[in-house]
Write a protein that binds this ligand. Sequence first.
Ligand code: KIV
Ligand code: ZN
Length: 388
Amino acid sequence: MAERILIFDTTLRDGEQSPGATMNQQEKLQMARQLEKLGVDIVEAGFPASSTGDKESVALIAGALHKSRVVALARTVAEDIETTWRAVEKAAFPGIHTFIATSDIHMQHKLRMSRQEVIDRTGQAVRLARSLSDWVEFSCEDATRSDPAFMCQVIQTAVDEGATTINVPDTVGYAHPDEMSELIQIVKKTVTGLENVVLSVHCHNDLGLAVANTLAAIKAGARQVECTINGIGERAGNAALEEIAMILNTRKEAFGYYTGIVTEQIFHTSRLVTSITGIPVQPNKAIVGANAFAHESGIHQDGVIKERTTYEIMNPESVGIAKSSLVLGKHSGRHAFRERAKSLGYILTDDELNRSFKRFKDLADRKKTVFDEDIEAVIAEEVLRSDQ
Ligand code: KIV
Ligand code: ZN
C-alpha cells in the first residue's frame, strides 16, 4: 500500500528569507490561498516574533485557510512561542514550530550554550508550546552537523514533552543522501515513543542535493517533507516542492508514496511566486522552467510530433502547462516547421515549404531567437512569390 507523504510548505517563511523575496501582507495572503489550492498539508506562514508585519500576515493567513494547517516559527523562547500562538490560534488547524540548534558549531559560536542548556531549553519550549497547541513541531537546527547521539537526546526530550512532529533539517545543505538516510534511521532506532510522531526533513540546496536528500529521508522513514515553491530559500534555497511532488507522482512504482498535491496547480503556483517576488525561474529548471517541456532539435521535435512520450516523461497538462512547445531554431527540422506554419494558418505546397524552410534556417543561424513573427514574415513572402 502506498503511503502518504505530508507536504509542509515554507515558501512564506524560509522562502521569504531568500534575498529579495520579501512579500507584503496581501501578497502573502494570496500566496497562502494558492498553496491551499495546491493541496499543501501544512503552510508555514512566517516567523511572528521577527516583525509586527510578519505577525499580522500570519494572523491574516490563519483566518483565511480552511483546509491546510497554518503554523509559524518560534525560537525556543517563551515570548516567541506565545507570540506565535496568538498569531496562529484562529486557524482551523493551527500549529507551533519551535527550533534550536544542536550542532557544536552553532551551540558554541551562535547560541553560546552548553549541551545541557540546549536540552533544558528544548524541554521548556515544547512543554509550553504543547500547553497551547495540539500540534507542535520541534526542529534540531543544523542536525546534519550535530553529534547524532546528542541530537537524539534533544529529540527524546522534545518527544517526552509531547512534540507531535520531529524535524531533522540539513540547515546548510551539507549532507549527502546516504548520510541523510542514516541519520533518519538513527533517530528511529534511538528515540523511543515515536509511534505517534511524524518524522520530517528539511533540506537546503547548497550542494544541489536538497531533493535527493529529501527522497533518501523518505525512504528511511520520514513522512513529512519541508520544501518551497521553485526551491526559493536561504542561500541556494530549499528542496523544490514541485520536484518532490512530481518525482513521487511520475515514479510511483520506484518509490511507492503519494502526496495530496494537486499537480495541475503547480505551474500557476510557480508563476505566482515569480510574479510576487520578482525572482525568475531558470529556463532549464525541472518541472516549471520555460524549457521543461520545450523541444528544439529536429530529431526530438519529429519524435514528439509522432508520439509525445518519445521525449517527455510527464504530460505538461499534469503540471498545469497547456502543451509542450516546439521551439524553432537552427536545430529544428522540416516537420516541425510545417506544423508551425499550419498553426499560423499556412498550408504550404512542397515548393513553398522548401523555400521558406531554407530561409528560416539561414535566419536561425543568425538570430538567437526566431519568433513566430519572423517565421510568418518569411512564409508570407515565399507564398506571395508563388502567387506572382
Ligand atoms: O534550515 C533550518 O534549519 C530551518 C529551521 C528553522 C527548520 O529553517
Ligand atoms: Zn531552512
